[in-house]
Design a binder for this molecule. Sequence first.
Ligand code: PLP
Length: 387
Amino acid sequence: MRVYFDYNATTPLAPQVAEAVATASQDLFGNASSVHYFGQQAKAALDDARSAVATLIHGDSSEVVLTSGGTEADNFAIRGVAEAADVSGRKHLVASAIEHEAVLNTLRALARRGWRTTLVPVDQSGIVSPDRVREALADDTAIVSVMHANNEIGTIQPIAALSAIAHERGALMHTDAVQSAGKIPVDVRELGVDLLSLSAHKFNGPKGAGALWIKRGTRLQPILTGGKHERNRRAGTENVPAVVGMGVAARLALGKMAGEGARVGALRNRLEEGILRTVPGTAVNGARPSRVPNTTNISFDRVEAESLLIALDLEGIAVSTGSACSSGTLEPSHVLKAMGLAAHRTQNSLRFSLGMFSTEEEVDRVVEVLPRLVEKLRGLTRKTATA
Ligand code: PLP
């Protein structure tokens, strides 16, 4: 039995999505900017998908700009606002310390070009405090970017409160909803944001498709320049099959949200409780009541997460450390570090993220396998320590 518990990294396509993408790849080959029949068919398909995405987040179709995914949407939101606000002298950017690299590295890049940036810290709950955001704001803050749900620990952030605080100081509010859109209700008006990013491959849609919702009237500079696509906001011939797939995935996610949320949440809780009960020295990271239903992040005392991940993979179980492993050096998770967890705990935590095809049998298999693997790895550590 192979178990895939890494849905926050990416999700398998829903069967209906796979079918729609295949059909669109064959039939909708026209360039959506062409005036002839083939072009207009492609354009109609894009508009239908755009409308499905808008409905998913309670926005208007005209406010949805199609992008190549979450990374581009985050870049567009932050760079686009930063460049547009530059003329009015707003040179300060705020984000939380637990954002995805798509946001953090965009801020770093802009800092090298003269913008001031502030990262708002979090506590052990993994939730951004509105008071800390208020303290971080300045008269020249252009934008505040705080994710709706964190990709590593799943915590949901108080976006509506943060939007109100940003607006009090004349700043715009962006939220990266890549890990919440399609999983929990997302309503751009209730959240009070000006910009919202989402990505199709996190809700059983294709990779390489996403969107930035831009509240009507929001000023931002395009970052991809070229043709007049997307009402002059994002140049480049649209990836029609992927966008069609995103539309189908969005409708599917919205239609099944309540039922799927409850089903996946019950599985996640069964997994979490099973692990805490059967593996000594384990703890859940982040505020448990306030999370997306599919995610848990658990520390295993005296176990190197990377070793446990590999041991699980050998058993056919795919999970994630949630941290980057670059150039052979193990980087501890910046999210767990920002939460102030002890150094060892930032390196012994695993993320389990469930979804559409997850089953109770899979959960039980993981709970059955883990105690043995953890015991074995702890035994090896003891031997190395005494050798
Ligand atoms: N933002 C968050 C919170 C994510 O989890 C991810 C993907 O892991 C991204 C942005 C990037 O999205 P994409 O893979 O569509 O570029």
